[in-house]
Write a protein that binds this ligand. Structure first.
Ligand SMILES: Cc1ncc(COP(=O)(O)O)c(C=O)c1O
Length: 408
Protein backbone atom coordinates (compact mmCIF):
# COMPACT_ATOMS: atom_id res chain seq x y z
CA UNK A 1 0.00 0.00 0.00
CA UNK A 2 2.96 2.31 0.71
CA UNK A 3 3.89 1.92 -2.96
CA UNK A 4 0.76 3.76 -4.06
CA UNK A 5 1.74 6.84 -2.08
CA UNK A 6 5.25 7.04 -3.51
CA UNK A 7 5.81 9.78 -6.08
CA UNK A 8 7.90 8.26 -8.86
CA UNK A 9 10.25 10.52 -10.77
CA UNK A 10 10.63 8.31 -13.82
CA UNK A 11 8.89 5.52 -15.73
CA UNK A 12 11.41 2.78 -14.91
CA UNK A 13 10.60 3.02 -11.18
CA UNK A 14 6.93 3.13 -12.07
CA UNK A 15 7.15 0.05 -14.30
CA UNK A 16 9.10 -1.81 -11.60
CA UNK A 17 7.11 -0.83 -8.54
CA UNK A 18 3.94 0.85 -9.74
CA UNK A 19 1.60 -2.14 -9.60
CA UNK A 20 0.19 -0.65 -6.39
CA UNK A 21 -1.23 -3.32 -4.12
CA UNK A 22 1.06 -5.84 -2.44
CA UNK A 23 0.58 -9.34 -3.84
CA UNK A 24 -1.04 -12.27 -2.04
CA UNK A 25 1.15 -14.44 0.26
CA UNK A 26 3.87 -11.73 0.19
CA UNK A 27 4.76 -12.83 -3.32
CA UNK A 28 7.40 -10.56 -4.82
CA UNK A 29 6.13 -11.04 -8.39
CA UNK A 30 2.47 -10.97 -9.47
CA UNK A 31 0.83 -14.39 -9.08
CA UNK A 32 -0.51 -16.06 -12.23
CA UNK A 33 -4.17 -16.49 -11.32
CA UNK A 34 -4.89 -19.52 -13.50
CA UNK A 35 -8.52 -19.70 -12.53
CA UNK A 36 -11.46 -19.37 -14.90
CA UNK A 37 -13.80 -18.33 -12.11
CA UNK A 38 -13.83 -16.73 -8.64
CA UNK A 39 -15.88 -17.88 -5.64
CA UNK A 40 -18.44 -15.95 -3.60
CA UNK A 41 -18.47 -16.26 0.20
CA UNK A 42 -22.26 -16.42 0.02
CA UNK A 43 -25.02 -16.09 -2.58
CA UNK A 44 -25.63 -12.48 -1.59
CA UNK A 45 -22.04 -11.61 -2.51
CA UNK A 46 -22.50 -13.22 -5.95
CA UNK A 47 -25.61 -11.11 -6.43
CA UNK A 48 -23.75 -7.95 -5.37
CA UNK A 49 -20.85 -8.63 -7.72
CA UNK A 50 -23.11 -9.28 -10.69
CA UNK A 51 -25.11 -6.13 -10.03
CA UNK A 52 -21.89 -4.11 -9.73
CA UNK A 53 -22.72 -3.04 -6.16
CA UNK A 54 -19.55 -4.79 -4.98
CA UNK A 55 -16.18 -4.71 -6.75
CA UNK A 56 -14.59 -8.11 -7.28
CA UNK A 57 -13.68 -10.76 -9.80
CA UNK A 58 -16.37 -13.07 -11.16
CA UNK A 59 -15.17 -14.91 -14.26
CA UNK A 60 -11.89 -14.53 -16.16
CA UNK A 61 -13.60 -13.57 -19.43
CA UNK A 62 -14.72 -10.52 -17.47
CA UNK A 63 -11.44 -9.78 -15.69
CA UNK A 64 -8.65 -11.46 -13.74
CA UNK A 65 -6.21 -10.18 -11.05
CA UNK A 66 -3.14 -10.89 -13.24
CA UNK A 67 -4.67 -8.80 -16.03
CA UNK A 68 -5.28 -6.02 -13.51
CA UNK A 69 -1.59 -5.83 -12.58
CA UNK A 70 -0.58 -5.37 -16.23
CA UNK A 71 -3.48 -2.96 -16.90
CA UNK A 72 -2.57 -0.76 -13.95
CA UNK A 73 1.08 -0.52 -14.99
CA UNK A 74 0.22 0.41 -18.59
CA UNK A 75 -2.34 2.98 -17.42
CA UNK A 76 0.22 4.51 -15.05
CA UNK A 77 2.85 4.72 -17.82
CA UNK A 78 0.48 6.33 -20.31
CA UNK A 79 -0.52 9.09 -17.87
CA UNK A 80 2.78 9.53 -16.05
CA UNK A 81 2.95 13.30 -15.25
CA UNK A 82 -0.05 13.95 -17.57
CA UNK A 83 -2.68 16.36 -16.24
CA UNK A 84 -6.38 16.71 -17.06
CA UNK A 85 -8.15 19.97 -18.05
CA UNK A 86 -8.26 21.04 -14.38
CA UNK A 87 -4.56 20.45 -13.77
CA UNK A 88 -5.19 17.27 -11.75
CA UNK A 89 -3.45 13.95 -12.45
CA UNK A 90 -5.24 12.33 -15.36
CA UNK A 91 -6.85 8.99 -14.61
CA UNK A 92 -7.43 6.40 -17.34
CA UNK A 93 -8.70 2.83 -17.39
CA UNK A 94 -6.88 0.08 -19.28
CA UNK A 95 -8.35 -3.23 -20.47
CA UNK A 96 -6.11 -6.10 -21.48
CA UNK A 97 -7.18 -8.04 -24.56
CA UNK A 98 -6.21 -11.28 -26.29
CA UNK A 99 -4.44 -9.37 -29.08
CA UNK A 100 -4.02 -5.93 -30.54
CA UNK A 101 -6.70 -6.79 -33.09
CA UNK A 102 -9.11 -7.80 -30.30
CA UNK A 103 -8.53 -4.47 -28.51
CA UNK A 104 -9.02 -2.37 -31.62
CA UNK A 105 -12.10 -4.37 -32.56
CA UNK A 106 -13.54 -3.59 -29.12
CA UNK A 107 -12.71 0.11 -29.62
CA UNK A 108 -14.62 0.19 -32.90
CA UNK A 109 -17.53 -2.04 -31.82
CA UNK A 110 -18.18 -0.15 -28.59
CA UNK A 111 -18.02 3.33 -30.12
CA UNK A 112 -19.52 3.01 -33.60
CA UNK A 113 -22.81 1.91 -35.09
CA UNK A 114 -24.10 1.32 -38.63
CA UNK A 115 -24.06 4.59 -40.56
CA UNK A 116 -21.02 6.00 -38.69
CA UNK A 117 -17.63 6.56 -40.28
CA UNK A 118 -13.98 6.46 -39.18
CA UNK A 119 -11.41 8.88 -40.50
CA UNK A 120 -7.89 7.51 -40.61
CA UNK A 121 -4.51 8.29 -42.09
CA UNK A 122 -3.13 6.24 -44.93
CA UNK A 123 -0.47 3.69 -44.02
CA UNK A 124 -1.80 1.55 -41.19
CA UNK A 125 -1.00 -1.93 -39.94
CA UNK A 126 -2.43 -4.25 -42.65
CA UNK A 127 -4.76 -6.10 -40.23
CA UNK A 128 -6.33 -2.83 -39.04
CA UNK A 129 -6.76 -1.73 -42.66
CA UNK A 130 -8.51 -5.04 -43.42
CA UNK A 131 -10.68 -4.83 -40.28
CA UNK A 132 -11.83 -1.37 -41.30
CA UNK A 133 -12.49 -2.13 -44.95
CA UNK A 134 -13.66 -5.74 -44.89
CA UNK A 135 -15.33 -6.32 -41.50
CA UNK A 136 -16.62 -2.86 -40.52
CA UNK A 137 -17.55 -2.16 -44.14
CA UNK A 138 -19.93 -5.16 -44.11
CA UNK A 139 -21.60 -3.67 -41.03
CA UNK A 140 -22.13 -0.36 -42.80
CA UNK A 141 -19.37 1.46 -40.93
CA UNK A 142 -17.37 3.34 -43.52
CA UNK A 143 -13.64 4.15 -43.35
CA UNK A 144 -12.36 7.30 -44.99
CA UNK A 145 -8.61 7.38 -45.58
CA UNK A 146 -6.88 10.73 -46.06
CA UNK A 147 -3.45 12.28 -45.61
CA UNK A 148 -3.97 13.62 -42.09
CA UNK A 149 -0.53 15.24 -42.09
CA UNK A 150 -2.27 18.02 -43.99
CA UNK A 151 -4.73 19.78 -41.64
CA UNK A 152 -6.59 21.44 -44.52
CA UNK A 153 -7.33 18.03 -46.03
CA UNK A 154 -8.42 16.72 -42.61
CA UNK A 155 -10.74 19.68 -42.04
CA UNK A 156 -12.22 19.44 -45.53
CA UNK A 157 -12.99 15.73 -45.13
CA UNK A 158 -14.55 16.28 -41.68
CA UNK A 159 -16.75 19.13 -42.97
CA UNK A 160 -17.97 17.03 -45.89
CA UNK A 161 -18.67 13.88 -43.84
CA UNK A 162 -20.96 14.55 -40.91
CA UNK A 163 -21.06 10.83 -40.07
CA UNK A 164 -17.39 10.72 -38.97
CA UNK A 165 -17.48 9.74 -35.27
CA UNK A 166 -13.89 8.61 -34.70
CA UNK A 167 -10.48 9.71 -35.97
CA UNK A 168 -8.01 6.85 -35.65
CA UNK A 169 -4.30 7.71 -35.83
CA UNK A 170 -1.39 5.31 -36.06
CA UNK A 171 1.71 7.41 -35.47
CA UNK A 172 4.43 6.51 -36.34
CA UNK A 173 2.57 4.47 -38.93
CA UNK A 174 3.31 0.91 -39.95
CA UNK A 175 5.39 0.47 -42.14
CA UNK A 176 6.03 3.92 -43.67
CA UNK A 177 6.90 5.65 -40.33
CA UNK A 178 4.76 8.63 -41.35
CA UNK A 179 3.81 10.77 -38.33
CA UNK A 180 0.62 12.72 -37.75
CA UNK A 181 0.37 15.76 -35.44
CA UNK A 182 -1.71 14.31 -32.59
CA UNK A 183 -2.32 17.69 -30.93
CA UNK A 184 -3.47 19.47 -34.08
CA UNK A 185 -5.78 16.66 -35.23
CA UNK A 186 -7.25 16.28 -31.73
CA UNK A 187 -8.05 20.01 -31.53
CA UNK A 188 -9.76 19.82 -34.91
CA UNK A 189 -11.70 16.68 -34.01
CA UNK A 190 -12.87 18.23 -30.72
CA UNK A 191 -14.36 21.21 -32.57
CA UNK A 192 -16.55 18.70 -34.42
CA UNK A 193 -17.34 16.46 -31.43
CA UNK A 194 -15.36 13.60 -32.88
CA UNK A 195 -13.50 11.05 -30.74
CA UNK A 196 -9.78 10.44 -31.27
CA UNK A 197 -7.90 7.19 -30.77
CA UNK A 198 -4.15 6.68 -31.16
CA UNK A 199 -2.30 3.45 -31.88
CA UNK A 200 0.81 3.96 -29.73
CA UNK A 201 2.34 0.56 -30.55
CA UNK A 202 5.45 1.86 -32.35
CA UNK A 203 6.21 4.66 -29.91
CA UNK A 204 5.26 3.24 -26.47
CA UNK A 205 4.55 5.60 -23.54
CA UNK A 206 8.31 6.04 -23.09
CA UNK A 207 8.48 8.03 -26.33
CA UNK A 208 4.97 9.42 -26.69
CA UNK A 209 1.95 9.95 -24.43
CA UNK A 210 -1.07 10.78 -26.61
CA UNK A 211 -3.30 11.55 -23.58
CA UNK A 212 -1.20 14.75 -23.16
CA UNK A 213 -2.97 16.10 -26.24
CA UNK A 214 -6.50 15.30 -25.10
CA UNK A 215 -7.14 12.13 -27.12
CA UNK A 216 -9.96 9.86 -25.93
CA UNK A 217 -8.37 6.44 -26.41
CA UNK A 218 -4.89 4.97 -26.64
CA UNK A 219 -4.35 1.52 -28.02
CA UNK A 220 -1.36 -0.88 -28.20
CA UNK A 221 -0.52 -4.21 -29.60
CA UNK A 222 1.28 -5.27 -26.38
CA UNK A 223 2.78 -8.10 -28.45
CA UNK A 224 5.41 -5.56 -29.51
CA UNK A 225 7.61 -3.16 -27.47
CA UNK A 226 5.56 -3.33 -24.25
CA UNK A 227 6.15 -7.06 -23.90
CA UNK A 228 9.51 -6.56 -25.57
CA UNK A 229 10.57 -10.18 -25.86
CA UNK A 230 8.10 -11.68 -28.31
CA UNK A 231 6.72 -14.10 -25.73
CA UNK A 232 2.98 -13.36 -25.94
CA UNK A 233 0.27 -11.89 -28.14
CA UNK A 234 -1.81 -9.15 -26.48
CA UNK A 235 -3.52 -5.81 -26.83
CA UNK A 236 -4.61 -3.03 -24.54
CA UNK A 237 -7.25 -0.35 -24.86
CA UNK A 238 -7.08 2.70 -22.57
CA UNK A 239 -9.70 5.40 -22.20
CA UNK A 240 -10.10 8.54 -20.12
CA UNK A 241 -13.91 8.54 -20.09
CA UNK A 242 -14.18 6.20 -17.12
CA UNK A 243 -17.95 5.94 -17.38
CA UNK A 244 -17.65 4.81 -20.96
CA UNK A 245 -14.80 2.40 -20.17
CA UNK A 246 -16.76 0.88 -17.27
CA UNK A 247 -19.97 0.95 -19.33
CA UNK A 248 -20.15 0.13 -23.05
CA UNK A 249 -16.46 -0.73 -23.50
CA UNK A 250 -16.47 -3.19 -20.59
CA UNK A 251 -19.79 -4.63 -21.78
CA UNK A 252 -18.44 -5.26 -25.29
CA UNK A 253 -15.22 -6.72 -23.82
CA UNK A 254 -17.21 -9.21 -21.79
CA UNK A 255 -19.60 -10.15 -24.57
CA UNK A 256 -17.00 -10.53 -27.34
CA UNK A 257 -14.71 -12.70 -25.17
CA UNK A 258 -11.65 -10.68 -26.16
CA UNK A 259 -9.94 -11.14 -22.77
CA UNK A 260 -6.23 -11.87 -22.27
CA UNK A 261 -5.04 -14.88 -20.26
CA UNK A 262 -3.14 -14.93 -16.92
CA UNK A 263 0.15 -16.32 -18.26
CA UNK A 264 0.43 -13.81 -21.12
CA UNK A 265 -0.53 -11.00 -18.75
CA UNK A 266 2.25 -12.11 -16.38
CA UNK A 267 4.81 -12.17 -19.22
CA UNK A 268 3.75 -8.65 -20.11
CA UNK A 269 4.28 -7.42 -16.53
CA UNK A 270 7.83 -8.81 -16.61
CA UNK A 271 8.65 -7.40 -20.03
CA UNK A 272 7.49 -3.89 -19.14
CA UNK A 273 9.98 -3.64 -16.27
CA UNK A 274 12.77 -2.86 -18.74
CA UNK A 275 10.74 -0.68 -21.13
CA UNK A 276 12.75 2.49 -20.63
CA UNK A 277 16.13 0.73 -20.81
CA UNK A 278 15.13 -1.19 -23.88
CA UNK A 279 13.64 1.80 -25.68
CA UNK A 280 16.77 3.87 -25.10
CA UNK A 281 18.88 1.14 -26.73
CA UNK A 282 16.32 0.50 -29.52
CA UNK A 283 16.43 4.22 -30.37
CA UNK A 284 20.22 4.49 -30.16
CA UNK A 285 20.71 1.48 -32.45
CA UNK A 286 17.96 2.57 -34.87
CA UNK A 287 19.61 5.96 -35.37
CA UNK A 288 22.91 4.25 -36.21
CA UNK A 289 21.15 1.92 -38.67
CA UNK A 290 19.20 4.80 -40.27
CA UNK A 291 22.39 6.85 -40.74
CA UNK A 292 24.20 3.86 -42.23
CA UNK A 293 21.39 3.01 -44.68
CA UNK A 294 20.87 6.65 -45.61
CA UNK A 295 24.25 6.84 -47.31
CA UNK A 296 24.30 3.32 -48.78
CA UNK A 297 24.34 3.12 -52.57
CA UNK A 298 21.80 0.24 -52.75
CA UNK A 299 19.14 2.20 -50.85
CA UNK A 300 16.72 4.63 -52.45
CA UNK A 301 15.10 6.00 -49.32
CA UNK A 302 15.14 5.54 -45.53
CA UNK A 303 12.03 6.21 -43.45
CA UNK A 304 13.12 6.96 -39.88
CA UNK A 305 11.45 9.61 -37.73
CA UNK A 306 14.78 10.52 -36.09
CA UNK A 307 16.42 11.56 -39.37
CA UNK A 308 16.20 15.27 -40.20
CA UNK A 309 15.49 14.27 -43.79
CA UNK A 310 12.26 12.48 -42.76
CA UNK A 311 9.32 14.60 -44.00
CA UNK A 312 7.57 14.33 -40.61
CA UNK A 313 10.70 14.77 -38.47
CA UNK A 314 9.47 18.04 -36.92
CA UNK A 315 6.09 16.62 -35.92
CA UNK A 316 7.77 13.44 -34.64
CA UNK A 317 10.19 15.42 -32.46
CA UNK A 318 7.34 17.57 -31.11
CA UNK A 319 5.51 14.52 -29.72
CA UNK A 320 8.22 11.85 -29.36
CA UNK A 321 11.30 11.83 -27.16
CA UNK A 322 13.47 10.12 -29.84
CA UNK A 323 13.00 8.59 -33.27
CA UNK A 324 11.95 5.13 -32.02
CA UNK A 325 13.09 1.60 -32.79
CA UNK A 326 11.24 1.19 -36.10
CA UNK A 327 12.33 2.14 -39.59
CA UNK A 328 11.77 1.10 -43.17
CA UNK A 329 13.83 1.48 -46.29
CA UNK A 330 13.39 1.09 -49.99
CA UNK A 331 15.85 -0.86 -52.10
CA UNK A 332 16.87 0.64 -55.44
CA UNK A 333 16.21 -2.53 -57.39
CA UNK A 334 12.73 -3.33 -56.06
CA UNK A 335 11.41 -6.81 -55.32
CA UNK A 336 14.42 -8.84 -56.46
CA UNK A 337 16.91 -6.75 -54.48
CA UNK A 338 14.79 -6.80 -51.34
CA UNK A 339 14.28 -10.58 -51.44
CA UNK A 340 18.02 -11.17 -52.11
CA UNK A 341 18.89 -8.90 -49.19
CA UNK A 342 16.48 -10.67 -46.84
CA UNK A 343 17.89 -14.06 -47.83
CA UNK A 344 21.47 -12.99 -47.09
CA UNK A 345 20.88 -11.87 -43.48
CA UNK A 346 22.98 -13.89 -41.04
CA UNK A 347 22.20 -12.49 -37.56
CA UNK A 348 19.11 -10.30 -37.90
CA UNK A 349 15.96 -12.39 -38.00
CA UNK A 350 13.55 -12.76 -40.94
CA UNK A 351 10.11 -12.63 -39.39
CA UNK A 352 7.07 -10.44 -38.91
CA UNK A 353 6.11 -8.71 -35.65
CA UNK A 354 8.34 -6.07 -34.06
CA UNK A 355 9.57 -4.69 -30.76
CA UNK A 356 11.48 -7.83 -29.75
CA UNK A 357 14.96 -7.75 -28.21
CA UNK A 358 16.39 -9.14 -31.47
CA UNK A 359 16.54 -7.14 -34.70
CA UNK A 360 13.86 -8.42 -37.04
CA UNK A 361 13.08 -7.59 -40.65
CA UNK A 362 10.14 -8.26 -42.91
CA UNK A 363 8.96 -7.52 -46.44
CA UNK A 364 5.59 -5.77 -45.88
CA UNK A 365 4.23 -6.10 -49.44
CA UNK A 366 4.35 -9.92 -49.29
CA UNK A 367 3.91 -10.35 -45.52
CA UNK A 368 2.23 -7.93 -43.04
CA UNK A 369 0.43 -5.99 -45.80
CA UNK A 370 -0.25 -8.87 -48.22
CA UNK A 371 -3.97 -8.44 -47.50
CA UNK A 372 -3.94 -4.75 -48.53
CA UNK A 373 -4.72 -4.39 -52.26
CA UNK A 374 -1.57 -3.69 -54.35
CA UNK A 375 -3.06 -0.45 -55.64
CA UNK A 376 -3.60 0.91 -52.09
CA UNK A 377 -0.21 -0.42 -50.95
CA UNK A 378 1.66 1.44 -53.65
CA UNK A 379 -0.36 4.59 -53.07
CA UNK A 380 0.67 4.43 -49.40
CA UNK A 381 4.37 3.90 -50.20
CA UNK A 382 4.39 0.16 -49.42
CA UNK A 383 6.30 -0.72 -52.56
CA UNK A 384 7.75 -4.11 -53.52
CA UNK A 385 11.22 -2.81 -52.62
CA UNK A 386 10.27 -1.74 -49.07
CA UNK A 387 11.79 -3.54 -46.07
CA UNK A 388 10.61 -2.91 -42.50
CA UNK A 389 13.10 -3.25 -39.68
CA UNK A 390 12.55 -3.42 -35.96
CA UNK A 391 16.00 -2.55 -34.64
CA UNK A 392 16.95 -4.73 -31.68
CA UNK A 393 19.21 -4.54 -28.67
CA UNK A 394 22.30 -6.21 -30.13
CA UNK A 395 25.63 -4.36 -30.25
CA UNK A 396 25.11 -1.75 -32.97
CA UNK A 397 28.26 -2.77 -34.81
CA UNK A 398 27.00 -6.32 -35.31
CA UNK A 399 23.70 -5.07 -36.73
CA UNK A 400 25.55 -2.78 -39.15
CA UNK A 401 27.96 -5.56 -40.16
CA UNK A 402 25.10 -7.95 -40.89
CA UNK A 403 23.23 -5.35 -42.96
CA UNK A 404 26.39 -4.42 -44.86
CA UNK A 405 27.20 -7.99 -45.88
CA UNK A 406 23.57 -8.62 -46.89
CA UNK A 407 23.51 -5.49 -49.06
CA UNK A 408 26.58 -6.59 -51.11
C1 LIG B 1 0.73 -0.83 -35.33
C2 LIG B 1 0.00 -2.11 -35.07
N1 LIG B 1 -1.24 -2.08 -34.56
C3 LIG B 1 -1.93 -3.22 -34.31
C4 LIG B 1 -1.41 -4.47 -34.58
C5 LIG B 1 -2.20 -5.72 -34.28
O1 LIG B 1 -1.75 -6.30 -33.10
P1 LIG B 1 -1.75 -7.89 -32.78
O2 LIG B 1 -0.89 -8.57 -33.80
O3 LIG B 1 -1.23 -7.98 -31.38
O4 LIG B 1 -3.18 -8.36 -32.89
C6 LIG B 1 -0.12 -4.55 -35.10
C7 LIG B 1 0.48 -5.86 -35.40
O5 LIG B 1 1.49 -5.97 -36.07
C8 LIG B 1 0.61 -3.34 -35.36
O6 LIG B 1 1.85 -3.35 -35.86
Amino acid sequence: MEKQKFKYSGISSLALHGAGEDFAQSSHLPPIYASSTFTFSNAHQGMQRFSGAEEGYIYSRWGNPTFTVAEDIIAALEVFQVKDENGDDLEVKAMLHASGMAAINNLFQSNLKAGDAILSHFSLYGGVHELMHKVLGQNNIQTIIADLRDLNIAEDVIRKNKNIKLVHLETPANPTIQCVDIEAITQLAKQHNILVSVDNTFATPYLQQPFKYGVNFVFHSTTKFLNGHGTAIGGVLLGKDLEKMNGPVKKTYRILGVNSNPFDAFLLTQGMKTLELRMERHCFNAMKVAEFLNTHSAILKVNYAGLMSHPDHKVAMKQMKHGGGMLSFEMKNGLKASIDFMNKLKMCVRTVSLGTAESILCHPASMTHAGTPKESREKYGITDGLIRMSVGLENAEDILNDLEQALK
